[in-house]
Ligand binder design. Structure first.
Ligand code: AMP
Length: 401
């Protein structure tokens, strides 16, 4: 085994690249940052080295190539450049792995071609992920590069949970099925929740509620995902910041035939102008809670609709799992919004679910239990760490390859 212990995690979006350089010896962040507004002429790179003193530079990034080269320069300036012998691998977040990729995968030309073949089912995400991979490979062609898929953790869903009840041949022809997303987070958080309870992940059943600007729920039985709320795309399921979550598919036909909206307009409506934003004009839960506390009716409706959908998934996944040991809240809203956790679990004592108001109000960056001792189901707040999970999976693969 070589002495290289560092993994660079890259998350390339359509106009941004997020990165973290992690030392796998102790999980420490040697550097992290964000290059944004790629292709927009007014790019910005914010880089935080281990010393913690943030550096910000404004420079145009015509493309991902330019942005990644700027990131590489920042890392080199800290003495942790891409040519450093300590760098073991680069781990890439890839949104859609389809049915083929159910585990982290060493990137080859053939793998890249397959990720490209999945663009029709992930047109908003996979192209940027591919660009990130291509640029990183051109910078370090000799270094192992690993794709960690957002869909992979959900690949264990039984067929009856992954299927939509539509014509099987049509579904298969167009690869229409439920894939699920945020898998890296669900995997990390379900495992961390088990550890918080002092148990082996294989022994516990967990409902994970990943509530960020995007949001998804999952039912994890003994460390294995058995259902999740997102589907073919990240549009299905919970009410999100700007996405509707579940709607009757008939809404689409109606808006098209009666409302005269084009398919692209409906796509944009449901993905970008719906959810909390569509209901009340704000998608930041802080602002919504503030407005609701001042009596704003739209904000209260948005909050109540969000909570109602969340409770339906908690109840649904309780039935799917049969026995629930823990409910874990994570991501921006889940980790920070005590009123959301309280409302989502209120009145569920008959199901063994309760939240201690005092524990729930504690603000902390640590994983913590917020249910009282007597609660049969442990309710927990578990900060997610997708980058660390990607780095761990990447490192493990490189060292077993
Ligand atoms: P994420 O996508 O995980 O980064 O989550 C982002 C979302 O978390 C924001 O849009 C806010 O709605 C929410 N959020 C962040 N901080 C807080 C907070 N202190 N209280 C309530 N919601 C928060």
């Amino acid at each position: 085994m070589s002495g290289a212990t560092r993994v660079l995690v890259l998350n390339a979006g359509s106009s941004s690249v997020k990165y973290q350089l992690i030392d796998m010896l102790d999980g420490s962040r040697l550097a992290s940052g964000l290059a944004e507004r790629i292709g927009e002429g007014n790019g910005r790179l914010v880089h935080t080295p281990l010393s913690g003193v943030r550096r910000e530079s404004l420079q145009a990034f015509p493309d991902h190539d330019a942005a990644l080269k700027a990131v590489a320069e920042e890392l080199a300036a800290d003495g942790v450049g891409l040519d450093s012998p300590e760098l073991a691998a680069i781990g890439h977040r890839v949104v859609h792995g389809g049915k083929r990729f159910t585990a982290p995968t060493l990137i080859t030309d053939e793998v890249l071609a397959e990720i490209r073949r999945l663009i029709p089912v992930a047109p908003l995400h996979n192209p940027a992920n591919i660009t990130g991979i291509e640029v990183a490979r051109s910078l370090r062609p000799d270094l192992p590069q690993v794709a960690v898929f957002d869909t992979a953790f959900h690949a264990t869903m039984p067929e009856y949970a992954a299927r939509y009840a539509i014509d099987k041949a049509v579904a298969d022809e167009h690869r229409v099925r439920r894939y699920g997303f945020h898998g890296t987070s669900h995997q990390y958080v379900s495992r961390a929740a088990a550890h918080l309870l002092g148990k082996d992940p294989a022994e516990v059943n967990v409902i994970v509620l990943h509530l960020g600007n995007g949001g998804s729920a999952s039912a994890v039985a003994g460390g294995v995902c058995v259902d999740t709320s997102m589907g073919l795309t990240p549009l299905e399921g919970l009410v999100m910041g700007t996405r509707s979550g579940d709607v009757d598919p008939g809404v689409v036909f109606h808006l098209h035939r009666v409302g005269g909206l084009t398919i692209d307009e409906i796509d944009e409506l449901l993905n970008r102008r719906s959810g909390l934003l569509g209901l009340c004009g704000d998608n930041d839960m802080r602002e919504i809670m503030r407005r609701a506390s001042e009596g704003d009716a739209d904000a209260k409706l948005a909050f109540d609709t969000y909570i109602h959908r969340l409770r339906k998934y908690i109840g649904g996944y309780y039935a799917v799992l049969g026995r629930v040991d823990a409910i874990a809240f994570t991501a921006g809203v889940g980790e920070n919004a005590a009123p959301v956790r309280e409302a989502a679990t209120a009145g569920l004592e008959e199901l063994g679910i309760a939240v201690d108001p005092e524990l729930n109000s504690v603000r902390s960056g640590e994983a913590r239990v917020i249910s009282p001792q007597y609660s049969r189901v442990a309710v927990a707040v578990v900060p997610t760490d997708e980058e660390l999970e990607i780095a761990q999976q990447t490192f493990a693969l490189v060292h077993t390859a």
